[in-house]
Every structure is written in C-alpha cells, then in structure tokens.
Design a protein around this ligand. Sequence first.
Ligand code: ATP
Ligand code: MG
Length: 565
Amino acid sequence: MTTIENTTNDTKEIKNFIEEIIDEHNLAGRFGGKVHTRFPPEPNGYLHIGHAKSICLNFGLAQKYGGVTNLRFDDTNPSTEDEEYVNSIMEDVRWLGFDWEDRLYYASDFFDQLYAYAVQLIEAGKAYVDDQTAEEISANRGTPTVPSTPSPYRNRTVAENLDLFSRMKDGEFEEGEKVLRAKIDLASPNMWLRDPVMYRIKKATHHQTGDKWCIYPMYDWAHGLCDSLEGITHSICTLEFEVHRPLYDWFIDQLGVHHPQQIEFARLNLTYTVMSKRKLLQLVTENIVSDWNDPRMPTISGLRRRGYTPESIRNFATRIGVAKRDNLIDVALLEFSLREHLNKTANRVMAVLNPLKVILTNYPEGQIEELIATNNPEDETAGSRLLPFGKELYIEQDDFMEDAPKKYFRLTPGGIVRLKYAYIIECEEIVKDTEGNIAEVWCKYFPESKSGADTSGLKPKGTIHWVSVAHAIDAEVRLYDRLFTVEEPDGDKDKDFKEFLNPNSLQILRRCKLEPSLRSAEAGDRFQFERLGYFCVDSEDSETDQLVFNRTVSLKDTWAKEKDK
Ligand code: ATP
Ligand code: MG
C-alpha cells in the first residue's frame, strides 16, 4: 500500500467497475432493473472520511440509477455501541447531503427474524450448539491446509440443539458457556466456512432493544441477511469482506431468501491520517485531541468543525473514484478539493494574525475613509463592502523586516509597499520597546496613490493586508497542522502510531485583529483571510464578544516549505 495518488483533477464522470456490474445486471434483467443500496455503519464511533467515501458511493450509485439507499445501523455488539454514535452518524450523513427518507433500519430490528432463521438452520441440521470455549474453538481451528478438529458437540441432535438454543435465549447460561455455530465444512480452505459462530451469549443492555436479548448475532450472520431482508440489490463493502462472501452466500442459499449481489471495493487510506475507529477512539480517550470533532480529526464532524464543505468532500469522493486494490491517497487531494470550493464561495476579508502597529505620520488625525473592498473576485454576485481606514493600522509582523534580503517585497526601512484597497506607504522610522523589539513602524502615505485612482507613478513590488486599529475586533485564531508527521502513521507494525504525532499540530494565536465586518460572523461561517488562507468560525468555542476562528486550509500547500524553515 505505497502508491500515493493525487494526479487526477478530474471530476468528470467515467464509469467505474461497480457501475459496469450494475449495467450488466440491468441488461440481464437481474433485480428487475432496480438499484437499492445501503450504508451500514456500526455505531461504535464517529464517521470518518473513509465512511464519507462509502456514503457518497452508496447514495451516489442509487441516485444515478434512480434507486434508493437505506441507512442501517449494524448494531450487533451492544458492548461497544452507543446512542451518541447513532445520533452523530445520522447528523453526518445528512450534513453530507444525503437522505435515507423513511428507510432507517437497525440490524436489531431484525433480531426476531434472525432468531427464526437460526432455528430454521438448526431444524435443517445446519447449525449446532457448541459448549467449547472461544479458546478451544480457536485452538481447534486448524490452518488453511489442516482441517479443523470437530467439536465433540458437533453431532448433537436437532431436538437437543433446539432446546439448548432456546435456553441460551432465555438466559439460562452464562457468557462464554455456549455458542451457536453453522455446520458447514471443517476442511474448507476458506477459514470463514469452518463452522463459524452465529450467536454468542452477551448479558449486556442494548441501546435499541434494552434487555430483551442475552444472545446476540455475530456480524457475519446478521449482515448479509439484513441486506436480504431489506431487499438490497447491491451490497457494496470493502475488500476485506471478499473472503466472507461465500459464507453470506451460503446462509442466504440455505434459507432460500432474496440474494443481493455483494461487490467489494478498496477502502480509502489517506496520507498523514489514521482511519481505524479504534485508533481514533484512542486519540479521544487519551486526550490527544479534544474530542471526536477536534478539527484535526479525519472524522466528518472534525472536518465540518474545521470548515470543510459537504461539496468539497463529495467532489473528493468523485475524484478518487473506486478501486479494486488498496491504495493510499494523498491528503493534499482532499485539501485541493476544499480550496477549489472555498475559492468560489468564501468571501475575502482582512485579518492580521500577528499584529504590528503602523502609524501614518502624515495622515490627518481623526480622519476615517471608507474604502471599497471586493468580497469575492471569483463571484460577481458577492458584491463589495466598505472597509474603514485611518491613521493607525495593524499589519502582519511578517510583512515588515528591518534587515530584509533582496527578494523581500514587503515593508522595509525606506521601502514602499501597497496597502490593499488603500494607499502606498513608505517606512520612515522604527520604534522599539525597552527590550529592543519593534513596537511601531512610522510611515508616510502617498495621498495620490489611492487604489483605483493612483496617479503617484510609484511601483511598489508588494501588496499587504491591514486592519484599522480604531475599528479592529479581537479574535483568537487556531492554526492546525497535520496530526501526524509521516505519511503512514500506522504503516509500521512494530511501532505505535502515536510515536508519529506532530507536536505542533495546533498553534493558538490570541491577539489577532479582524476587520469590523466580521463582528456579525456566526458559527460555521467561512472566509478567506486575504493572503493567509481559509478560516471558519469555530462552532464550539466562539462567542459574539470573543470570536474564535479555525484555519481550515492554507491558500497553497505550504507544508513542504514550513518543514524547511
Ligand atoms: P473498523 O474501524 O473496525 O474497520 P469500519 O470502518 O468497518 O470499522 P463500519 O461502521 O463497519 O466501520 O463501516 C461502515 C461502512 O463504511 C462499511 O460498509 C465499510 O465498508 C465502510 N468503510 C469503513 N471504512 C472505510 C474506508 N476507509 N473507506 C471506504 N469505506 C469504508
Ligand atoms: Mg466494520
């Protein structure tokens, strides 16, 4: 898994291999031309960008073929699942722009039916109650070339199995005492067919069914049958389930019920990211990030809080397409999709993150001008706004240098620069504090150099952004960087992925100054801070009198450059 792919900038429609399969089905009349897909998350964590790919694929295919998509919670393991996850998953799917309408299902909706199916298999002599412990079953499993050792309980009579299974359900036995297993083939080279466990005893309260059940179906028993019961036509899942397909087929064929077509595709892997829910949970419980929706998390809720748009994620999903082999996608492609969308939709504003005061010595005391600023040069309908300009301004500390190298085109002693939408200024004097730090820069402005009516004849090499001191509003700005320092944090089996955490993934700036139009910015609003990147109002910590912004993404990929610094 080492191919990094970020070459395609193309969102054009090309038929993928799943669509080709569907086309074949439609030609042959299988499923009567219907396409009915489902997105089947287990509610044991928050959804991540990999799930987003699966959601876009399942809902997208149905939309394309005039079909529908179910949302189904695969809730077969009450000990790791939670209602909090159920709710977050629904919120995330909706936010991505998809609608399951009235087709919300839980595997637990089908527990009675699954139980009845199990009884049917027992009656047919195709399932038995095994008293071996999990360790014994595992020890007797054999290897792909050595058959399993049969359980001493494998040949129980149908009557005995029916009795024991019913008593398992009634809670007569303790956890681990008994399981129900399918009776298939102990010599099969496919290990999943060697009498897999169908039910285990678990005395846990379930978030949907409460204490009704103390036996729970295994995922492999429940999953394919839920697809069948819901009338799914195309069960799309990730590659690791390819080897489970013969088992799902076996269950369905034994019962003679509706048979969906399972199709496997490669899961999404992203550079600088871990995607396993277990690892993401670890980041949360060990307080390495603030929560599941920490803006550094690859979760959908984290991306949302960071400022990602649903459109950018859907476009990313289209761009990466579906593959049949595992690959690794460059996270820069996700960021590209985001920039592309924000460039068209986010208004430009002025924000100074590390302020340095500039005093215009020849600007009349008390005079304020309202300058016209374009909201979005990429979108004529976005209009313009008035930007107050006065004698005292903030500029970025970075935009002034006392001893500048030749190629530095911003403000230097004796040099000139243009203030965006305003005037050209020239630095005349530097004021330092007692520690020798630059406290203020005194400049003169050229009244005849006003933007749009410049008759000065001056040709400054740089243009910088600024905010009027008298009108500035304060804000906190959080700069995020990648959470990991290597492309494949969990790529090395001998190392813990947490060894590769980036210690500088969050930098908080508390003295930022923003133009006054941002006073009315609301949680989730997105902007381009001129020259700095895209930022959004944090949805958790921002308040009207103390705005908090998250950096969504820089304007360009500065990652490589920053590393060189
Ligand atoms: P785990 O973290 O244990 O691997 P999971 O990611 O399989 O869990 P599920 O809730 O079972 O989590 O996933 C729901 C659906 O999302 C499944 O159909 C699964 O195939 C798909 N999915 C999960 N991860 C990815 C991924 N990285 N890329 C594409 N699809 C994914
Ligand atoms: Mg899973």
